[in-house]
Design a protein around this ligand. Structure first.
Ligand SMILES: *Cc1c(COP(=O)(O)O)cnc(C)c1O
Ligand SMILES: [Zn+2]
Length: 417
């Protein structure tokens, strides 16, 4: 790889070859990809990037793949939308939505899986696998189908129906595990030692994680090569959060951004908020929790990158917020009713967290703020099904419609008092 030299331990800096490995043999620290930023600064420009494809692969030099044979279902380059009406509701004048609901499998996970599956194939794997909280399942299954690879997908047994079907349709071996995500993940770590499979978020995790940087790159490019003042992000393992920050800092390092003074804002649901709890206690120690929230895509009780997420908050002078499940539902509805975007529960967490922080004055009115909406609401219909108006059912006549309309208006005005 022209711009990637090695993996390196985040703790003791020992170097490793670009193999399917993820922890340091000496100190058990996580491994991370090392780039040659001088060469990247020399060779990359805003113009050269603009000539690339309208997908994450426009940043391929900044990703850890040889890249001759991409597993590509067209992940990324999703819309960045100025959110006038949501901004007005929250008292924010420069609010943008990064709408990752519209990725090929309807979540940001396509970014990480595109990179992981491409690298897995380069490393000679025939089988893709994952331990999923939900969205990863569909994305791995779709990429495996595209690559002609076999897929073993592990999901929690209480997963939302839309996510089960959204993975099953691609024809993987789908395994529902009784227990929490954390138990499922432990099982998959064991399986990764037994089978020569590429578990995208376990043994090839260093490559996988880099895919999230593209969210930072895209937002900066779409803002006209500016970094936002605030980035509001949902956290499960914490990986996405740390990598958006890494992506922005890299653009600065290679001279594509002048200044990065982004405050990274972490959001979780109170039913699973080990990272926010540590942040609020001023601690760098994550205490694992047993998740109980409708935000299932974020329900990781023992987050692998929790410590680094806390460091990212610290370094970026960021903030954090945890919100209740009721607020999550309100957040989903507010985003839908103001901007026409139907997000899953993780999006509700972000909007509700943003609302909290805007109301508290922690995000100033004029700040350039980006809310990262990472998954599609059609996958978590259970969360809002009871909270929307049922359709009016009528016979196909004018009078039936008019009567029904009068009844609806009467109940509405009675309710309004
Ligand atoms: C997986 C996921 C996240 C966060 O993932 P990390 O483990 O923190 O990288 C956020 N939103 C959605 C919708 C997800 O599926
Ligand atoms: Zn180490």
């Amino acid at each position: 790889m022209p711009y990637v030299s090695a993996l390196r331990c985040r703790e003791c800096s020992r170097r490793y070859p670009l193999d399917p490995i993820h922890v340091c043999e000496f100190c058990f620290g996580p491994l991370e990809v090392v780039y040659d930023y001088e060469a990247l600064a020399r060779d990359l420009s805003r113009k050269s990037i603009a000539r690339g494809p309208l997908s994450i692969w426009r940043y391929r030099e900044l990703l850890p793949v040889l890249g001759e044979d991409l597993v590509d279902i067209n992940a990324g380059f999703t819309p960045l939308i100025k959110a006038h009406r949501l901004g007005q509701a929250l008292g924010l004048e420069e609010l943008y939505i990064k709408n990752d609901c519209v990725n090929p499998t309807y979540s940001f996970k396509d970014r990480v899986v595109a990179v992981a599956s491409t690298r897995a194939r380069e490393l000679g794997f025939d089988v893709l696998a994952c331990a999923s909280t939900g969205n990863l399942a569909g994305s791995v299954a779709a990429h495996a189908a595209r690559a002609g690879m076999e897929a073993y997908i592990f999901i929690p047994s209480d997963l939302e129906q839309g996510k089960v079907l959204g993975a099953a349709i691609y024809g993987p071996t789908l395994v529902a595990v009784h227990g929490s995500y954390d138990q499922e993940n432990r099982l998959c770590s064991e399986l990764a030692d037994h089978y020569r499979w590429a578990f995208v978020n376990i043994n090839v995790r260093p490559y996988y994680a880099e895919g999230s940087k593209t969210l930072g790159y895209e937002v900066a490019e779409q803002l006209g090569w500016r970094a936002p003042d605030f980035a509001v992000v949902p956290l499960a393992s914490g990986s996405l959060f740390t990598k958006i920050w890494k992506g922005l800092k890299e653009l600065q390092q290679i001279g594509l951004l002048d200044d990065v003074s982004t405050h990274m804002v972490a959001t979780q649901a109170t039913g699973c908020s080990p990272i926010i709890t540590a942040y609020e206690a001023g601690s760098m120690n994550i205490r694992p929790v047993k998740p109980n929230t409708i935000a299932k895509s974020l329900a990781i009780g023992n987050p692998a990158d929790g410590y680094y997420a806390l460091k990212t908050i610290q370094e970026s002078e960021g903030a954090g917020a945890a919100v209740s499940d009721e607020e999550v539902v309100e957040g989903i509805k507010l985003l839908a009713e103001t901007e026409g975007i139907f997000a899953e529960t993780a999006g509700g967490v972000v909007v509700a967290g943003l609302r909290r922080l805007a109301q508290a004055g922690a995000i100033p009115r004029q700040a350039l703020t980006v809310a990262f909406i990472t998954g599609n609401g059609l996958k978590t219909q259970e969360a809002v099904a009871e909270h929307v108006q049922a359709p009016i059912t009528i016979e196909p006549t004018l009078s039936a419609f008019q009567e029904a309309l009068e009844r609806r208006q009467a109940t509405a005005s009675a309710r309004a008092g």
